[in-house]
Design a protein around this ligand. Structure first.
Ligand SMILES: Cc1ncc(COP(=O)(O)O)c(C=O)c1O
Length: 387
């Protein structure tokens, strides 16, 4: 018996490069793993306590499709406090199964086959496949010449009649770039001139290491076309709990809710309870993690610069993205050699699109001891390598 034909668009999608490298390192227990895309901290104690008590005493049935009203209110309060953003808990937020489901819901709501989505690159591995599987096209815009921050000119030059949305992510995975307030303000002016959706992935907003995160949600003038994604995977070390959300205008939320509800009915109820506790009883946790990330960031940045690698200082997230162009080989070959010869696992920049080629992504979501040992090994490896 032959298996019937699958969705043809699936042919254009493959396993992300981040996962491929993580799989390789799994067979090498003596190596130091710097491929990690998740915090190395425990889930906050208050969150664990609250969930254990809830599992014992509360029914854990379906919630409203958009999530419990209490959690939605905690989310909109958070945006009001942090970014002076006005969103209604009743009809301008959906609680999702992680930021991933929020992104999937957004693109399934807005994309028709043939539509283009502009994405500044290097880019997180999770975006392009969603758009591709909907018959849309990701249009990548190079940010490598401008400190990994897109310019108004380049974004505008990439716009066509088919452009449906721009997708922005900062603090950025894989580069750690954050957008200064002036950049956000000038991008808002750009978006006011074009009838397109603005999708912003703020998953690392709470992990802004220098200064403050400047959010597009602070600009009511684009609220009707803004779709903002966030969650607790990174901010509260809750990757496995699968809890996130999206914010949008009431008109958009009505449509987004249809896609979300036929996919999943509602986000996981124990995780919604955990999320409410994270936003109310454990709101200080990200700042504690950031103090550690900052120390590690400063350390690894200095070491990489001392090794002679051209490196942009990441101001957010927990990644650093040095250039390895001088070594004249692909980032994949470089990463494999670094793992095989020096026992240090990193992600090849090419995993984050063609504009990531010539770089490697190092995650500093690991302890100082690991980072020190990895930097020593890497320095030795580079000393023995021809530039
Ligand atoms: C930029 C970015 N967006 C979204 C996600 C997915 O987040 P979640 O775990 O909440 O689905 C990740 C995870 O690595 C990410 O790096």
């Amino acid at each position: 018996m032959n298996v019937p034909e699958l969705n043809r668009l699936l042919k254009n999608v493959s396993v992300p490069g981040t996962r491929q490298m993580a799989n390789r390192v799994a067979g090498k227990p003596e190596s130091i793993d710097l491929t990690l895309g998740q915090p190395d901290f425990p889930v906050p104690q208050a969150v664990r306590n609250r969930v254990m008590q809830a599992v014992d005493n509360e029914p854990m049935k379906y919630s409203h499709n958009r999530g419990t009203l209490e959690l939605r209110k905690a989310i909109t309060d958070f945006y009001k406090d942090k970014y002076s953003a006005e969103y209604e808990p009743s009809n301008e937020v959906i609680v999702t199964n992680g930021g991933s489901e929020a992104l999937d819901t957004i693109f399934r709501t807005i994309i028709n086959p043939g539509d283009e989505v502009i994405m500044p690159a290097p880019i997180y591995t999770g975006y392009e496949p969603i758009v591709t599987m909907l018959g849309g096209t990701a249009v990548l815009v190079d940010t490598t010449e401008t400190g990994f921050i897109p310019t108004v000119q380049k974004l505008e030059a990439a716009m066509t009649q088919r452009t449906k949305a721009v997708l922005l992510n900062y603090p950025n995975n894989p580069t750690g770039a954050v957008y200064p307030e002036g950049t956000v303000a000038s991008l808002v002016e750009l978006f006011k001139r074009h009838d397109i959706f603005v999708v912003v992935d703020e998953m690392y907003a709470e992990n802004t290491l220098d200064g403050e995160h400047h959010s597009f949600t602070s600009y009511p003038e684009i609220k009707d076309r803004l779709l903002a994604v966030n969650g607790l995977s990174k901010s509260h070390a809750m990757t496995g709990w699968r809890i996130g959300w999206l914010l949008a205008s009431a008109e958009m939320i009505e449509k987004l809710t249809l896609v979300h509800l036929y996919n999943t009915l509602c986000a996981s109820m124990p995780s919604q309870i955990a999320a409410l506790e994270a936003l109310t009883g454990a709101a200080d946790v990200p700042a504690e993690m950031n103090a550690a990330y900052k120390e590690r960031r400063d350390y690894i940045y200095r070491r990489l610069v001392d090794m002679g690698l051209e490196t942009v200082l990441p101001e957010g997230a927990f990644y650093i993205f040095p250039s390895i162009k001088e070594y004249n080989e692909s980032s994949f070959d470089f990463a494999v050699e670094l793992l095989e010869e020096a026992g240090v696992a990193v992600v090849p920049g090419a995993a984050f699109s063609e504009y990531g080629e010539g770089h490697i992504r190092i995650s500093f979501a690991t302890g100082m001891e690991n980072l020190e040992e990895a930097a020593d090994r890497m320095e030795k490896f580079l000393n023995g390598k021809k530039r």
